[in-house]
Design a protein around this ligand. Structure first.
Ligand code: AMP
Length: 126
């Protein structure tokens, strides 16, 4: 039995109670398109288990953390950006503007990005 929260938006997507554009799913994670994309390709990868943020990840969740990373490469392949490149972002806490408290990796790509990713930053490598 996977631990879930009744009112968590992303738990509800996991349970199919809220529609989502799902691009990949396995026994541990689900990946779906962000409803407000900030890049040409923007997919969220979440664990089926409710874990609020990286700050709440326990040693017993080690395999879930691994599954999130392993899914990223599969999602990138599915949406066609594995070779062109992509970025994974885990917004954690208020300074990082985390708005949904169910761990999610933003997988971003589809065009050349800048670095570092802070407001006003203009540095672009490559
Ligand atoms: P964060 O701000 O890092 O917590 O990211 C939460 C993300 O969830 C945002 O990029 C939202 O656009 C996205 N989001 C919110 N509701 C939905 C939804 N129903 N389906 C897909 N993405 C969503």
């Amino acid at each position: 039995m996977i631990q879930q929260e009744t009112d968590c938006l992303f738990c509800r997507i996991v349970r199919g109670e809220i529609p989502a554009s799902i691009v990949y799913r396995n026994d541990h994670v689900v990946a779906f398109r962000d409803i407000t994309p900030v890049a040409p390709e923007h997919v969220l990868i979440i664990p089926l288990k409710h874990i609020a943020s990286l700050n709440d990840l326990c040693p017993e969740d080690e395999s879930i953390a691994g599954h999130l990373l392993l899914a990223a490469e599969k999602v990138a392949e599915i949406i066609g950006i594995r070779e062109s490149g992509y970025r994974l972002v885990f917004n954690t806490g208020k300074d990082a503007l985390q708005s949904v408290y169910h761990i999610h990796a933003h997988l971003l790509g589809g065009e050349r990005m800048g670095w570092p990713p802070f407001p006003g930053s203009v540095t672009v490598h490559g």
